[in-house]
Design a protein around this ligand. Structure first.
Ligand code: ZN
Length: 265
């Protein structure tokens, strides 16, 4: 079994009667029956963890994870100190282990495990992932074109693998060294993409019915991809169609968007 020792203060400490000098020990939560570690290990996190996000139910810390036979690892600890998110944490851990396992380390953070303990009838849960930077500070529509292009690629990869994220928003998109990673997978689901069209470079804006109404479409809409009605396409302003649907994509970032191809699927 693997145990996690936390020695920094948590918001629930007073409610559960914990002195901060007491290390809090959480048990590794196997997601699958054969997921139980064969050896006994204690993992620790440094006491001077920094807080990244403060919430009524969840706090997120950045810390160094110390494991036997490993160097220190820069991680994020998402801790439910309210006991209200136990199911959501399990859903998220399952998504990391199953739905998006193949993307860990690339467009999804590496997942180190989910840990739990119960104190004074409150279930404390902790998910540990690789630290992957800060959430986007700008709204998606105002984000730089390279970031939008990268996000399209990332979301398209996920959908092609048959997964919908379910909660795409700025707070769930991390940026570090120019690379995007998606977090907060608790609402993720298996997804059969109903997308009817591939994205056309400089295409006529499809209707939701033509494209398939899913989070890809929603994301493109939210990013203003299909509302650049006055942006000239190839130097020609094509926004003169009476139907109002002939609008150009903002093509300035298209060349870096390698997963987008011409043509019908
Ligand atoms: Zn899809």
């Amino acid at each position: 079994m693997v145990y996690l020792e936390i020695s920094f203060a948590l918001p629930c400490d007073r409610a559960v009667g914990r002195q901060t000098s007491d290390p809090l020990t959480l048990d590794y939560l196997p997601i699958f029956p054969d997921d139980t570690p064969q050896t006994d290990e204690v993992w620790r996190v440094n006491a001077d963890a920094t807080i990244l996000r403060r919430g009524d139910e969840i706090h997120v810390f950045r810390a160094q994870l110390l494991r036997p036979n490993h160097g220190p690892t820069d991680v994020a600890l998402k801790i439910d100190h309210s006991g209200k998110r136990t199911g959501a944490f399990l859903d998220e851990a399952t998504a990391y282990t199953k739905l998006v396992a193949a993307f860990q380390g690339t467009i999804v953070p590496r997942f180190f495990g989910c840990f739990q303990t119960t104190l004074s009838n409150t279930t404390i849960s902790c998910i540990i992932t690789e630290y992957c930077g800060e959430p986007l500070h700008t709204n998606l529509p105002e984000s730089p074109p390279e970031l939008k292009a990268q996000l399209i690629n990332v979301v398209e990869q996920i959908h092609r693998a048959g997964v919908a994220h379910g909660d795409l928003q700025e707070a769930n998109i991390l940026l570090k060294d120019g690379k995007l990673k998606l977090i907060d997978w608790e609402k993720a689901s298996s997804h059969s993409c109903d997308r009817q069209l591939r994205l056309l470079q400089g295409a006529i804006v499809p209707t939701p019915e033509e494209f398939g109404r899913n989070e890809l479409y929603e994301t493109f809409c939210e990013m203003g991809l299909w509302s650049a009605s006055t942006t000239p396409f190839m130097g020609v302003n094509i926004d003169n169609n009476p139907s109002g649907r002939l609008k150009s994509l903002d093509i300035t970032y298209r060349p870096t968007c390698t997963s987008i191809r011409h043509g019908r699927k």
